[in-house]
Design a binder for this molecule. Structure first.
Ligand code: N0T
Length: 543
């Protein structure tokens, strides 16, 4: 008996954790990189009765991870009385469905507001103060300087982490935790309550100064206003909220050390590389927007990453957002993205960039449509565009995550301009073009205004992994890919050596289904509307 239990203890897999090497990142799950092909449930799907429609959609989507909210109002409806029965149901059903979980903590702030506070917190503004604006008027959003609010939120969060440890430490079904949801405040740049005002007059902490450069010429230290001028209010609020989150996350990790992150309601990305302008009332001040990631890093070392919630459908904005959140000190993860069909192609770009994971939002069959942020549909028609892409990656997600961590992967999504894109590879470059017929070149067409059916809207995407010097794995749809020598192979004549269409089996072994040649390779590799996986070998030769 003793031996058996000792064996079971050693068999318990290690805790999920984030690792970094050469500025790249992996989420280690059961000791190896893991790619989260995820979906986030609707906000109100966090009750046992709602779960059947969640699992059904995730299964249809070929997802391996569910992001599910757990709300403070739900677990502590009366002060000090905790009920984690939903977590019990969620975790056990996740295991039955072979799905990992990311828990999304709806605490003090949900989309900046107090919606998910228990009523004993929400309506007691003395104990749990809201922010004040500059005229002393009460703001809807709770103050990050509410000491009792922080203590109460932290206690509930810690109790949740204790509960997760209790039910899950032998399984690791829960792999990450999001702390709060889309924090910040709309309409007001910062708190003007008494404690906030006192803190605002203090010196900017050295940890912040070390990362976020002063905005006032010639000033290297001083109060927030002195150092950051017109940016001071937003920066201060970011620091205040990040510090609040740090207190919750560090206490939670002390009891059960899961990777933790924050998500951002985006502000407009920088399309021209220029720094952001000072805050105007057009985005949530204080949230982890791209311009204040450094403040979050300084104030919240127990938060592994800040992540973008992408509800901007434009391809140039999506690209700018992804670039601004992928940094050597910040792993890329997209915990929310619109679930409209047009977003499915971005999975190739996101996964190709080496993200830890991606999740369309509202990926369950609850009869609620997020249009215009997401799909008009609430049934299979909503899931289908993601299902085909996830289906191609699902069997190979472990290999893909390893390749991504090794820096071998690249991703492209068709742009709104439909223009070709080039991908720089080692010794090679790939040109990806869109709307082409599978056979022949455009000049063969009589009617030059003709395009391939099904390409009326941008929907193409390709992810490429360079698995060997001259060997590639391509996953993609609705695109044409052509390779040419580059770098060490520049100018050398080359040919496709072999192009196998196939799939990876459950053991990660390649299963060849056919060899593409002739018409199927003479005009580039023409990926059909439904995703395919190709293994491509290129060969240079002497003329
Ligand atoms: C998201 C989701 C959920 C360009 C919206 C997005 C989720 C939260 N908020 O379904 O509420 O809990 O994180 C806000 C997007 C604002 C509009 C942006 C237009």
């Amino acid at each position: 008996l003793l031996l058996a239990s000792a064996g079971a203890a050693t068999a318990a897999p290690e805790l999920p954790r984030l690792v970094e090497k050469d500025g790249r990142h992996a989420l280690m799950v059961d000791g190896a990189p893991f790619l989260m092909l995820a979906g986030q449930a609707h906000n109100s799907s966090n009750y046992p009765g709602a779960l059947p429609k969640v699992w059904a959609a995730l299964k249809d989507a070929h997802a391996n991870t569910l992001e599910m909210p757990v709300a403070w109002e739900q677990v502590e409806p009366k002060e000090g009385e905790f009920d984690f029965s939903f977590l019990d149901t969620l975790v056990s059903q996740a295991r039955e469905n072979d799905i990992r979980l990311v828990i999304v903590w709806f605490g003090t702030w949900k989309n900046t507001g107090p919606g998910y506070l228990p009523e004993w917190v929400k309506f007691d503004n003395r104990r749990f103060p809201r922010m004040k604006d500059k005229d002393g008027k009460t703001v809807y959003s709770h103050s990050p300087f509410g000491e009792q609010t922080l203590a109460a939120d932290r206690r509930a969060f810690v109790r949740m982490m204790e509960h997760i440890r209790k039910i899950d430490s032998g399984h690791r079904t829960v792999i990450m935790v999001q702390v709060e949801n889309e924090v910040g405040t709309y309409g007001v740049p910062r708190d003007h309550g008494e404690r906030a005002e006192a803190a605002f007059r203090q010196q900017v902490p050295a940890a912040v100064l070390a990362r976020q450069k002063p905005k006032v010429a010639g000033v290297t230290q001083g109060s927030w206003r002195q150092v950051y001028g017109d940016y001071a209010d937003q920066y201060f609020h970011s620091w205040a909220i990040a510090s609040y989150i740090e207190s919750i996350a560090s206490a939670g990790r002390a009891v059960y050390d899961l990777p933790m992150f924050v998500n951002a309601a985006l502000r407009e990305p920088s399309l021209d590389g220029k720094p952001a302008a000072p805050w105007k009332a057009n985005f949530a001040s204080g949230g982890p927007t791209w311009d204040v990631i450094d403040i979050y890093k300084a104030a919240a070392p127990h938060i592994d990453l800040a992540a973008p919630d992408i509800y901007m459908p434009e391809s140039n904005k999506v690209t700018a957002v992804l670039k601004s959140y992928q940094r050597p000190d910040n792993a890329l993860m997209v915990p929310e993205m619109g679930n409209a069909a047009g977003y499915a192609r971005y999975v190739y770009q996101i996964v190709g960039m080496g993200a830890l994971g991606v999740a369309p939002f509202g990926l369950d069959y609850f009869d609620y449509s997020n249009y215009p942020l997401g799909s008009k549909f609430t049934d299979r028609r909503m899931v289908e565009p993601f299902a085909t892409v996830y289906g191609a990656f699902a069997p190979m997600q472990r290999q893909w995550a390893r390749w991504a961590f090794e820096g071998r992967t690249h991703g492209v999504a068709e742009g709104d301009d439909r223009a070709p894109q080039t991908v720089a590879l080692e010794g090679w470059k790939a040109t990806v073009s869109f709307r082409e017929f599978q056979f022949g070149e455009r000049q063969y067409l009589k009617d030059k205004s003709e395009f391939k059916e099904g390409t009326e809207k941008p929907g193409g995407g390709v992810a490429i992994a360079q698995v060997g010097e001259n060997e590639f794995v391509l996953v993609g749809q609705q695109a044409r890919v052509k390779f040419a020598g580059d770098g060490a192979n520049a100018g050398k004549p080359s040919l496709l050596g072999r192009v196998e269409e196939g799939r990876f089996d459950a053991n990660g072994r390649w299963v060849m289904e056919r060899n593409w040649n002739g018409d199927q390779t003479d005009y580039g590799l023409n990926l059909p509307a439904a995703p395919v996986v190709l293994k491509v070998r290129l060969v240079t030769y002497q003329e």
